[in-house]
Design a protein around this ligand. Structure first.
Ligand SMILES: Nc1ncnc2c1ncn2[C@@H]1O[C@H](COP(=O)(O)OP(=O)(O)O)[C@@H](O)[C@H]1O
Ligand SMILES: [Mg+2]
Length: 260
């Protein structure tokens, strides 16, 4: 692990299975304290979902974990190899798909590497396409492929599916599950969608007032993630914490952003 700020927190377990350790994280923008002594531990290979109202600091936390920003205080230990996936695929329009996937990769045969990861996301046939010819879902798959190339130990996903239509979104969930089964990276995914959180995560965190307010284990099999009393209980608790119970209480209704 690479210490971005100070060393390990005093008294923290030096367990080999901890991939991310954050202690007392502070981030201020002017007068506003966005992260206020935030603590977080993610285990190796764990798939954790981060929920929280718009503007509560989720992206700020991911940017700090990804090394795109520096904290005003606290400690952050993260794996050296990490990748960020955003809502916009952020592809370079003047490079073909396979080039986009291997940007920044120092390898003898980058094209071969690109074809391998494009195959994993079902886009091998689009290797020489230009980004502007891709659908939204395909472009997001290219972004996933690019994240996989570096074989990251930590993948940070900031609302990666928010701009996709419902069907494409479900396909992306399948892709994420398939990639998860093959790679053992720790994943932290931000979403506004409670159903998406329950469908995908091992654990769901709710962020509030600059901290992680609660953590919910999702110990459900694939079927139970979509129906049943345990799923309904977790869903109701999350909706309550997010203050959107009344809007999202109808069965099958996806929980979306609450505008502030
Ligand atoms: N670079 C920045 N400069 C000033 N304020 C920022 C900056 N980045 C984020 N903020 C503010 O920090 C708060 C949290 O933002 P963000 O982490 O993007 O929230 P979320 O991702 O949970 O919606 C917001 O009030 C936002 O305006
Ligand atoms: Mg955000």
């Amino acid at each position: 692990m690479t210490a971005l700020a100070v060393a390990q927190p005093a008294g923290a377990a030096k367990t080999a299975d901890v991939a991310v350790r954050v202690h007392g994280l502070l981030r201020r923008f002017g007068e506003r304290t966005v992260l206020d002594g935030l603590d977080l531990e993610l285990r190796r290979s764990e798939f954790v979902i981060l929920l929280g109202q718009s503007g509560c600091g989720k992206s700020t936390l991911l940017r700090l974990l990804g090394g795109l920003d520096v904290p005003d205080g606290g400690e952050v230990s993260v794996p050296r190899r990490r990748a960020l996936v955003f809502q916009e695929p952020r592809l370079l329009p003047w490079q073909r798909v396979w080039r986009n996937v291997t940007i920044g990769i120092d390898a003898r045969d980058p094209r071969q590497i690109a074809l391998g990861v494009l195959d994993e996301v079902g886009l091998r046939d689009h290797a020489v396409a230009w980004p502007k010819t891709l659908s939204g879902g395909a472009a997001q798959r290219v972004a996933r492929a690019r994240a996989l190339v570096a074989k990251p130990a930590l993948v940070l996903l900031d609302e990666p599916f928010a701009a996709l239509d419902a069907i494409t979104r479900l396909r992306m969930h399948d892709l994420v599950r398939a990639l998860r089964a093959r790679h053992d990276a720790t994943m932290l995914l931000v979403t506004h969608d409670v159903d998406e959180a329950i469908a995908l995560g091992d654990r769901i965190l709710v962020m509030r007032d600059g901290c992680i307010a609660s953590s919910h284990d999702v110990d459900l099999d694939t079927h139970e993630r979509f129906r049943g009393a345990d799923r309904d209980r977790i869903r109701a608790a999350l909706l309550h914490e997010l203050g959107i119970g009344a809007i999202g209480s109808a069965p099958g209704l996806s929980t979306q952003r609450r505008e502030q």
